[in-house]
Ligand binder design. Structure first.
Ligand code: SAH
Ligand code: SF4
Ligand code: F3S
Length: 442
């Protein structure tokens, strides 16, 4: 039996692609191993969003240089594969397979070429209108599943590699998405996360009137589905119908991740984000006015070329105004092929770090404030695990907050009695900046 090892970097799209790649390999008779040492085929599913992410794969490959020629086959998949293409063979001559995510439908064919002894095979075409739908997905989590609804990205944010690494936008038909959701529900999955770089531009290719808000409602209506999440939303295409759907349907989780990137309209314009600060705040307003208490999270880039102190202060003001439930802050990183590379006024690294730390500190206080409001309330959690060190069950609320709790009836998982995958009502008794704690309510 042929063995393989796979390591995945990057976003949820990549994590889910790996689940599909693993399923495809298992179906072809490979078996998966946990350590590269025991594997004949070693795959890295890579990320290129920032320079540090890209370097990781080359460090990994470097550490295996000596193993080359000992019958091991190395493959590079994902965003760095697409970006660097055949240059990877020059940088790491022991690599045999280079394939980007827009070519994964060709994976079985590429594997045949490798198996028949081809030294170098590539899948690098971006000229596709296909999505990677496979019946062989091997999911890592038995209770919560990803479903890709749209691949690629047609935006052109000035800092971002994704349009170059994942190709043009391609939506799946609603029929195919709903069939997958139904079969997952039959397998016992009660939580689904719909994935896309920009889920809001979803359009059913067989019916242009069927948009993301409609798809969201339809997935929420699948029998057995208890929680539906989605990521990521681009503010420009984020319409009020999405909030209305969340308001009406309890199965749709009350959490929206809406990356703002900057609070300054001038910076947003240079980022080519296609919305102003006011456009963004209007969307926040919709969420604040909703009947449900919708958690809002975001991504921010500090130190984009030309970002002045005044621009940065506008970002600080915006986060205070919105009061996000969580935030990912990134220091701008120069990426190949992107328009921002040619911009003037790059910001020194120390200054990026200073701005990063200011935002981080402010946001910590905001989260502490936000989370404190839940003390004394009872929240439903989906139970994800048990922490032996603290003696607490790990739960997640609809708002995507971690809520750790104790259960006097079931202090630790016993054989056949684990609560993982079940739902529980939990009384919140304490709040920290990054999580809540409580005890199981009767
Ligand atoms: N499709 C998503 C973003 C995917 S990338 C969206 O449009 O929101 C995830 C995050 O990485 C982005 O939101 C952005 O904040 C960050 N990012 C992307 N390119 C970056 C770069 N060159 N430097 C720093 N952060 C970057
Ligand atoms: Fe990148 Fe912008 Fe596309 Fe998001 S919308 S993936 S940030 S280009
Ligand atoms: Fe990284 Fe590619 Fe995702 S660059 S963030 S793995 S789309």
């Amino acid at each position: 039996m042929k063995t393989f090892y796979i390591e995945t970097f990057g976003c949820q799209m990549n994590a889910h692609d790996s689940e599909k790649v693993v399923g495809t390999l298992l179906e072809r008779g490979y078996s998966q191993v946990d350590e590269p040492a025991g594997a004949e085929l070693i795959l890295y599913n890579t990320c290129s969003i920032r320079d540090k992410a890209e370097q990781k794969v080359f460090n990994r490959l470097q550490s295996f240089k000596k193993e080359a020629g000992k019958g091991k086959i190395f493959g590079v998949l994902g965003c760095v594969a697409q970006q660097e293409g055949e240059k990877i063979f020059e940088r790491a001559p022991h690599v045999s397979l280079v394939a980007g995510s827009a070519s994964y439908t060709r994976l079985p064919e590429l594997l045949v070429q490798l198996e028949s002894g081809n030294r170098r095979v590539t899948g690098l075409s971006l000229d596709t209108n296909e999505t990677f739908d496979t019946p062989y997905t091997r999911r890592d989590n038995p209770h919560r599943a990803y479903i890709t609804i749209i691949e690629g990205c047609d935006k052109a944010c000035a800092y971002c590699v994704v349009p170059f690494t994942r190709g043009p936008e391609r939506s799946r038909t609603r029929e195919s998405v709903l069939r997958e959701a139904e079969s997952l529900a039959e397998l016992g999955y009660s939580e689904i996360q719909l994935l896309g770089q920009n889920v809001n531009s979803y359009r059913d290719p067989s019916d242009a009137g069927f948009d993301f808000a409609k798809l969201l409602s339809a997935v929420g209506n699948v029998p057995g589905m208890r929680r539906v999440r989605f990521t990521t939303s681009h503010p420009r295409d984020f319409v009020k119908e999405i909030i209305d759907a969340i308001d009406e349907q309890p199965e749709l989780c009350n959490h929206v991740h809406l990356p703002v990137q900057s609070g300054s309209t001038a910076v947003l314009e240079r980022m080519q984000r296609q919305y102003t600060r006011d456009d963004y705040m209007r969307r926040i307003e919709w969420m604040k006015k909703a009947n449900r208490d919708i958690a809002i999270t975001t991504d921010i880039i500090v130190g984009f070329p030309g970002e002045t102190e005044k621009d940065f202060e506008e970002t600080v003001r915006l986060i205070e105004e919105v009061e996000y439930d969580a935030m990912f802050i990134f220091k701008y990183s120069k990426r190949p092929n992107t328009p921002a590379l040619a911009y003037q006024d790059h910001i020194p690294e120390e200054e990026k770090t200073r701005r990063f730390l200011i935002l981080q500190e402010r946001q910590r206080a905001i989260q502490l404030r936000r989370n404190a409001k839940y003390v004394g309330t009872t929240e439903e959690v989906h139970i994800e695990g048990y922490n032996l060190a603290t003696g607490q069950w790990i739960g997640r609320t609809s708002q995507n907050k971690t809520l750790n709790f104790t259960d006097p009836e079931l202090p630790a998982p016993k054989d056949g009695e684990t609560l993982v995958g079940r739902y529980a009502q939990v009384l919140v008794t304490r709040a920290g900046p990054n999580s809540l704690a409580g005890e199981r309510a009767a």
